[in-house]
Design a binder for this molecule. Structure first.
Ligand code: NAD
Length: 692
């Protein structure tokens, strides 16, 4: 049963027990309604206590249920909450652990509430593109005042119950047993015949209401494009401008409207995708994990430093190894500078900075890695250098140590052959800046042991990353998709567009940064080196405009010019006639007459190129599910959140439409064969199915 029912003295105790978080899906709601009816029908029962477990009063609605047919949602949450509020016998909610969303709305329907001081309360619906749709926008302001309620509802932030002691949200906040406290309060209410306090009966008296509401409207203006935050403000405004019942009706309507919006669908998809990520079908539950008490990082450059910080932040000591003292000093001082910047912003104390720095042991000597449980290599992107490093690690590291590479493109299976323990080798592909970006591609080699993989997935959670498992291929999920995306952008330049137009169109679509700005930021010399290497390997050379830029020393921001030019010390890209001239020369040399390219064409070609490669990645099993690909692009490549990621976006455009456009591009004279729609995409489109 999702809840238990017990009568203690004259008080019925209804305790939710519906793992993992007492989600208010249909089973728990039905059970709770029946238990409430039972208590009200029992003449010996004088009051009711509702409670959860020590971990969760309730985590709120069942996200999977949102948007499903109405019948499966009976009794609906608002109906249940009204039943609680209208109960003739006093109802006391005893709250410990999380009390979120629908869980908090349910508690607001009780007549009295008692909370454990460290219980965590929130109305996070806005994070799913929704608003609290079961009275939260009306009852919370009555409990804690308009301004605080507005803040909580618009940001979705989680706060400790202790912050609300003294407000009408909690009649008591305790460090002791919350059910005992609720029973004592219920006994007192019965004995002293205290009135049933219904939040609906309170008035929100706030002389500055309009000023607070206007301030909130202005603050959410920055989230333009997302309808939910503004709707939240509007709904809260009804608690001062409308009678309670009318406001509840309007709130429900607004909730249902948001539920049907594309943005909320995408945000719910993202939420579900994050929960699924890192689940590996053939990895049995309960694989014993290896213990990670000490980490080694090889290379203290851009990535090595950021990677190190992730572990220091959670108290895991790191041995940081370089070949040169100077590089080691530089890496360490960058780590320190980053922490000191956080301290200046008040995010860390001076002691915390020192504590974290004390956990890092700089070294030039591999012997210091002998007892590391995990070593992550972040040296130059060059197979020969990786070979030297892994051969050395194989000699030094203890048996069972996990050996990981942060390589962006190179073959993890080949890297594994540099050791006599390929089962301990995998890829841990962090994104730059590695101490900030939440994405981590965990690259599973052909021989990677299940427990090594499971250990890294658990460790990823510990350091706050979203881990997505990728198979081995050139560039794994994210960078492999970037290749056809970049080629599409390049094709548009050849055809007649300019870098700032392509970047502008994609940024309008919502990408954090267009491909040419991104190229300038990352450095054009990296791609140039890769193209030269591949040309040497295959004997096929296809010159592109970027080669011309590199040939004249334009490597991007670091040389003050690339696709754009940059003023000294600044990062704003300025369109540059020199680039235009190089592009014009390229077109002339290839007999291309430039044509006009529309913004819509830019978006179609670049985004559909991503989707098409995503479909191949899915078909090959490099990614386990489309939502993993979405997570990679949302969290590693600045894909717009309200679109839900490239594969979800493809679903919303309609796969037959994507196929039709790809066929059109593939049929153009001289078109690259990568424009051919991927077989999986064709198959799903024909069957009327979608990726997600
Ligand atoms: P970087 O040039 O900033 O740093 C590399 C560091 O490794 C240098 O400090 C160098 O002194 C050191 N090093 C070189 N050979 C070494 C050796 N044999 N032993 C110990 N140290 C050695 O490079 P980076 O940008 O940090 O990239 C490192 C790796 O991470 C590469 O494989 C790269 O593809 C990958 N990567 C980079 C990014 C990025 O955005 N920069 C993102 C993801 C992955």
């Amino acid at each position: 049963m999702p809840s238990s029912y017990q009568v203690r003295g004259a008080i019925a105790v209804i305790a939710f027990d519906f793992p993992p978080v007492n989600g208010l899906g249909s089973p728990l709601r039905t059970d709770l309604m029946a238990a409430l009816d039972r208590a009200n029908a029992d003449r010996d029962v004088r009051a009711v206590v509702i409670t959860g477990t020590s971990k969760a009063f309730s985590g709120g609605a069942d996200v999977k249920e949102l948007g499903t047919p109405a019948a499966s949602r009976d009794p609906r949450l608002p109906v249940l909450i009204s039943a609680l509020e209208d109960s003739p016998k006093p109802v006391v909610a005893a709250i410990a652990g999380i009390c979120m969303g629908g869980g908090l709305e349910l508690a607001l329907g009780a007549h009295y509430r008692v909370a454990k001081a460290d219980a965590r309360v929130s109305l996070p619906e806005v994070k799913l593109g929704l608003l609290p749709g079961a009275g939260g926008t009306q009852r919370l302001p009555r409990a804690i005042g308009l301004e605080r309620a507005l803040n909580m509802i618009v940001t979705g932030e989680t706060l400790p119950a202790a912050q609300f002691s003294g407000t009408a949200l909690f009649d008591a906040v305790t460090d002791g047993d919350v059910v005992d406290a609720a029973l004592a309060l219920a006994g007192k209410v019965v004995q002293e015949a205290l009135p049933l306090k219904r939040l609906r009966d309170l008035k929100v008296r706030e002389p500055q209401a309009e000023a607070f509401l206007q301030f909130a409207r202005n603050s959410v203006a920055a989230t333009a494009g997302l309808p939910a935050p503004l709707k939240c403000v509007e709904a809260v405004s009804w608690c001062v401008s409308k009678p309670f019942d009318e406001a509840l009706r309007l709130e429900r309507e607004a909730f249902l409207q948001l539920m049907a919006s594309a943005e909320s669908r995408a945000m719910r998809h993202n939420f579900a995708a994050e929960r699924l990520a890192g689940k590996v079908a053939d990895l049995p539950d309960g694989v014993p994990l290896r213990e990670i008490h000490k980490v080694g990082v090889i290379g203290a450059g851009t990535m090595g430093g950021g990677i190190t910080m992730n572990f220091l932040n959670v108290g895991i000591p790191v041995v940081l190894l370089e070949t040169q003292q100077q590089a080691l000093d530089r890496g360490l001082s960058t780590i320190r500078r980053n922490y000191e910047t956080s301290a200046k912003k008040g995010k860390l104390t001076a002691e915390q900075v020192e504590e974290r720095m004390s956990l890092v042991t700089p070294t030039l000597d591999y012997a210091a890695l002998a007892d590391a449980d995990l070593v992550i290599e972040a040296v130059f992107e060059n197979m020969d250098v990786k070979q030297q490093v892994f051969a050395r690690l194989d000699e030094i590291c203890k048996p069972g140590a996990i050996l990981a590479s942060n390589t962006s493109y190179l073959d993890i299976n080949r890297i594994a052959t540099f050791t006599k323990r390929p089962h301990d080798v995998l890829g841990l592909h962090f994104f730059s800046p590695a101490n900030v970006m939440r994405l981590l591609e965990v690259v599973r080699g052909a021989k990677t042991a299940p427990d090594a993989l499971a250990t890294c997935l658990a460790l990823a959670r510990k350091i706050g990353k979203i881990a997505v498992v990728s198979g081995v291929c050139d560039g794994f999920i994210g960078n492999r998709m970037l290749a056809p995306y970049g080629a599409a952008a390049q094709g548009l330049i050849n055809a007649g567009a300019l870098p700032h137009q392509v970047d502008g169109a994609l940024q309008k679509f919502g990408m954090a940064m267009g491909p040419f700005r991104m190229g300038d930021l990352a450095g054009l010399d990296i791609g140039w080196a890769t193209r030269k290497r591949k040309a040497a390997e295959t004997g096929i050379s296809k010159p592109v405009v970027a080669d011309k830029l590199c040939e004249v020393g334009r490597y991007g921001q670091k040389t003050g010019a690339g696709w754009y030019r940059y003023e000294a010390g600044k990062r704003d890209p300025i369109p540059d006639p020199v680039t235009e001239q190089l592009i014009a020369e390229y077109r002339t040399a290839h007999g291309i007459t430039p044509r006009k390219v529309s913004d819509a064409e830019v978006v179609e070609r670049c985004i559909y190129a991503l989707i098409n490669e995503g479909a191949r990645i899915l078909q090959e099993g490099i990614a386990a599910r489309a939502s993993d690909i979405d997570l990679v692009y949302l969290n590693g490549y600045g894909f717009p959140r309200p679109s839900g990621g490239p594969m979800f976006y493809a679903d919303s455009v309609g796969l037959p439409n994507v196929v039709r456009a790809l066929r059109r591009f593939a049929a153009e004279p001289g078109a690259d064969k990568s424009w051919q729609p991927a077989p999986l995409l064709l198959q799903l489109a024909e069957q009327g199915k979608s990726f997600n």
